[in-house]
Design a protein around this ligand. Structure first.
Ligand code: UD1
Length: 416
């Protein structure tokens, strides 16, 4: 599916079950590499990033089977510690394999992931954590080689709560001798689940959900099974969709407390919400009020929902300011939204959005994963047809956004 067509101005109604979380499952798949045996993961989303990670696991010698949404990884034999360059290029988060490879084999060979469409995305914090554990980092012939004879528990203090670096520090320290203390750790729900996942494999980690994680090194892990929670960003995208389209939907298969920054904002913007243990009912009538929003690490407003909220405000009422503090490249979506008639001004890290309704359908291009989803959301508030190109970005993180939104009554279709 490389193009999506949306016919706007239809309200949404119905119930949608949210796929498993992308950002939770990717580090779990990487964690499976630590264990010389079998790891079973349920509720795995069938998305491109998962297929890419599967490809890497197979290339380094793991035996993998994805049966529906159940993934079975047997990592008894690892035949190489190098992540092939083509995978690093197509999925930056493949860097998450370096921690487990280092922990399991004492060696991880990658290349610099480089910049990507949402900003520079350096990996200095990942490398700092490895070095603190006793690894040596070298750059040879454009390859990044991280090696260690033994990894020893250490104090790791992050200057910024990077999600990926916290995950890599956890994964690399599971087998480190003694105790590792990670301070300034990220507190995202995906970190908490990764700790639960690793503990379920036999690791000893304390402090999940706080900024101080303590890892007591163990010698081996055991076979395990785990169910991935629903994807809070996909849920937040459909929350944005109903705010743009209006209507009444039930989003199920999630933990609503993980979305509280987004649900609080949605209520301030005029949505009526009812939260249940594993779901969220949203009722939206009339145009959403524009608000001021600042992205920040969890539990703040997620950068991964900033573009979708920009799309909602673009078709809303009044003026709102969005401040992006995590990824500098995330405002690329604004340029595409303007093609739909949106009134958005960018001033450094701040975007000023004057709501206008309806927007008008046009041809646009998905700039990145969440930006692509945001254009679909905007298409719901457009008069006429919006045609979104380069939708392969969206497929990295959404199983089938057309299937999901059609089931809620949207007139949307994907084309090759
Ligand atoms: C993860 C998520 C991504 C989300 C992001 C922030 C996955 C697969 N991806 O990305 O969807 O948008 O968290 O919630 O889980 N930084 C450094 N040095 C480093 C690492 C990061 O300076 O070594 C900076 C980045 O440039 C950025 C900030 O830290 O400004 C946040 O990045 P980070 O939390 O690491 O995001 P990712 O793990 O890449």
């Amino acid at each position: 599916m490389s193009v999506i067509q949306v016919q706007g101005l239809r309200s949404l109604k119905g119930e949608i079950k949210i796929q498993g979380s992308k950002n939770a499952v990717l580090p779990m798949m990487a964690a499976a590499v630590l264990h010389k045996g079998t790891t079973v993961i349920h509720n795995v989303p069938r998305i491109q990033d998962v297929f890419c990670m599967l490809g890497i696991l197979q290339r380094i010698g793991c035996d993998c089977r994805l049966d529906g949404t159940t993934l079975i990884v047997n990592a008894s034999t690892i035949t190489q510690a190098e992540i092939p360059e083509e995978y690093i290029k197509s999925m930056r988060s493949s860097i998450i394999l370096s921690g487990p490879l280092l922990g399991r084999t004492g060696l991880a060979v990658t290349s610099f992931p480089g910049g990507c469409s949402i900003g520079q995305r350096p990996i200095d914090l990942h490398l700092y954590a490895f070095q603190r554990l006793g690894a040596v980092v070298e750059e040879k012939a454009e390859k990044l080689i991280v090696s260690a004879r033994t990894l020893t528990g250490a104090d790791i203090e992050f200057r910024f709560p990077s999600v990926g670096a916290t995950e890599n520090a956890l994964l690399a320290s599971v087998f480190a001798k003694g105790t590792t203390v990670i301070r300034g750790a990220a507190k995202e729900p995906e970190i908490t689940t990764l700790c639960e996942f690793l503990n379920n494999m036999g690791a000893k980690i304390e402090g999940a959900g706080t900024s101080k994680l303590t890892v007591m090194g163990v010698k081996s892990l055991h076979d395990s099974e785990f169910i991935v929670a629903g994807d809070r960003i996909v849920a937040g995208t459909y929350l944005a969709a109903v705010m743009a389209a209006e209507g009444n939907i039930f989003i199920k298969g999630i933990r609503p407390e993980e979305l509280s920054a987004a649900t609080t904002l949605a209520e301030r913007m005029g949505a009526e919400l009812k939260t249940y243990r594993d779901g969220l009912e949203v009722y939206m009538k009339g145009r959403p009020d524009c608000m001021d929003v600042v992205t920040s690490p969890y539990p703040g407003f997620p950068t991964d929902l900033q573009s979708q909220i920009m799309a909602v405000m673009a078709s809303g009422h009044g003026t709102g300011r969005l401040m992006e503090t995590i990824f500098e490249g995330r405002f690329a979506t604004a340029k595409e939204l303007r093609k739909l008639g949106a009134d958005i001004m960018i001033d450094g890290k701040r975007a000023i959005v004057h709501g206008l309704y309806p927007l008008s359908g046009n041809r646009v291009t998905a700039p990145d994963l969440r930006g692509g989803a945001a254009l679909v959301v905007a298409g719901l508030a457009c008069e006429g047809v919006t045609e979104i190109h380069e939708c392969y970005h969206i497929e990295r993180g959404y199983e089938d956004i057309c299937r999901d939104l059609s089931s809620l009554g949207a007139v949307i279709r994907g084309m090759e």
